[in-house]
Design a protein around this ligand. Structure first.
Ligand code: T5A
Ligand code: NA
Length: 210
């Protein structure tokens, strides 16, 4: 049976200030200006009720226990599952700034169990590619505004990086490490080339679940 060509599901991950928002915006703009249907998304999506609770937590104006905030971050992704599925199946490429891997990395960095953290992500869509923006923490903490939100502390970010490193080593078939300490333009060139290859391959592959 012939199926319509689907869009690609591309995720950008990395520590705080690694450039995910800048690079995902550049990629989205590049794709749309070259005629590829695309949508730019960001997790947490602070626009829903769950997202607004997450926002209060990140801004340190609300306290929640570690399990509760973990499940809220995950629930926030579940809120968008149907929409993401529909967009991908109708040919739109999704450029997503953070996803389940941030959910796992930040909670595991607190000392929580990896499998427990991954469990609520099961059944969400699996990305075609994860671009992991990696740079030394000492370098990232010098970027603008570092330290404003809850998790922006050097020791904690090092633990987060260890989890991302582990995920990247274990899932080499779809994780791509990107040197995020280069200039914005050089980082983007790397991402753009990799993204075009992912777009071409995704057309012929079924969507999978985590
Ligand atoms: N979180 C998130 C969880 O704990 N669980 C979850 O499930 C999820 C989804 C908020 C927090 O939530 C946690 C992780 C986070 O701690 P967020 O809303 O994505 O997550 O955080 P933001 O504050 O929006 O974004 P980040 O701090 O992660 O920054 P970005 O998006 O990585 O970086 P960006 O592009 O905004 O750039 C940061 C600064 O660096 C400069 C930019 O101009 C900017 O000033 N910059 C560069 N400078 C030099 N060279 C380059 N190549 C540069 N690229 C960017
Ligand atoms: Na941040």
């Amino acid at each position: 049976m012939r199926t319509a060509k689907r869009g690609a599901f591309i995720v950008l991950e990395g520590c705080d200030r690694s450039g995910k928002s800048s690079q995902s915006r550049l990629l989205y703009e590049f794709l749309t200006s070259n005629g590829y249907p695309a949508k730019h998304m960001h997790f947490p999506s602070r626009t829903t009720e769950i997202g607004s609770t997450i926002n209060s937590y990140l801004k340190n104006s609300k306290e929640l226990n570690d399990q509760v905030i973990h499940l809220l971050f995950s629930a926030n992704r579940w809120e968008f599952l149907k929409e993401m599925q529909n967009l991908l199946n109708t040919g739109t490429t999704l450029i997503v700034d953070r996803y389940s891997y941030s959910g796992v990395a930040y909670s595991v960095a607190k000392g929580m169990d990896f499998d427990w953290c991954m469990a609520p992500e099961k059944g969400l869509l699996r990305p075609d590619a994860v671009f992991y923006l990696k740079a030394p923490i000492d370098y990232l903490i010098q970027r603008d505004d570092f330290g404003r939100e809850r998790y922006e502390k050097k020791d904690f970010q090092s633990k987060v990086a260890n989890v991302f490193d582990r995920l990247c080593e274990e899932q080499t078939e779809f994780w791509h490490s990107i040197d995020a300490s280069q200039s914005e333009a050089v980082v983007f060139e790397d991402i753009r080339l990799k993204a075009m290859s992912v777009l071409n391959k995704a057309k012929h592959k079924p969507l999978c679940l985590l």
